[in-house]
Design a protein around this ligand. Structure first.
Ligand SMILES: [Cu+2]
Length: 235
């Protein structure tokens, strides 16, 4: 009797400790899985791009200043271009107007516009303040980044040529620029003579930098990108 009464108790005891062990094991598994998932999310391809989408990051989403026609031609409205933030205040969410984007061997090439910007040229010795003139239409920015991780790709150079019909309206090497709010980019203020349809041709040079092996064999020759956009000046 005592053994009969002991045995179930013993079994209960064993099953209780077995349950406790299973619960502990399950907890360990849950924790390990949670860590693995967190790690996977953190190191997933889009993570860097998502991390860049902080409140201060400029979004590519459609802005009222820019609208795409069914054929994909962006219309840039000068009256509603966003002004580049330049103060040291907390960066505010700001939407740059996209002009066009493409991918070249895994390098994302994005072209955006803002209101004409004030910036400083630095040649290693002296600084020169560049203020927009009344003729300037917008600040043209070209961002180069890894299409997979979102990391900016520096040490390239971008030459921009803008034409209206057969008329050449801009033909210059863009300045390599740094901005807290836009990150590294190539840019300049651009003056367009009138409303209408424009063609922009960008010549993106291979990044002149040592490359880690994941970039082996990429971007070895200059690459030309063409976009068409419609410009609607302020009035
Ligand atoms: Cu700029």
């Amino acid at each position: 009797m005592s053994s009969a009464s002991l045995e179930p108790r013993d079994t209960r005891g064993r099953s209780a400790s077995l349950r406790a062990a299973l619960v502990a094991a399950a907890l360990v598994v849950v924790v390990v899985v949670a860590i693995a998932v967190a790690h996977a999310v953190h190191s997933s391809p889009g993570a860097a791009a998502r991390a860049n989408a902080s409140p201060g990051a400029m979004n590519m989403s459609t802005h009222s200043a820019g609208t795409a026609s069914p054929r994909g031609v962006m219309t840039i409205h000068g009256a509603s271009l966003p002004t580049m933030q330049s103060s040291g205040a907390m960066p505010a969410a700001m939407t740059m107007v996209p002009l066009g984007q493409t991918v070249w061997e895994g390098m994302k090439i994005e072209t955006r516009t803002s209101a004409p910007a004030t910036f400083i040229l630095f040649n290693g010795t002296s600084q020169q303040l560049v203020k927009p003139t009344s003729a300037d239409s917008f600040h043209l920015m070209v961002m180069l980044s890894d299409a997979y991780t979102g990391y900016a790709i520096p040490y390239s150079s971008v030459w921009a040529t803008i034409t209206k019909g057969s008329k050449l309206v801009y033909d210059e090497r863009l300045w390599p620029m740094v901005s807290r709010y836009m990150g590294p980019h190539y840019g300049n203020n651009v003056a367009l003579p009138s409303a209408g349809l424009y063609r922009v041709s960008l010549l993106v040079s291979p990044p002149m930098a040592a490359r880690h092996l994941e970039y082996k064999g990429l971007w070895l020759k200059p690459h030309r990108v063409r976009f068409t956009f419609r410009w609607v000046p302020k009035t």
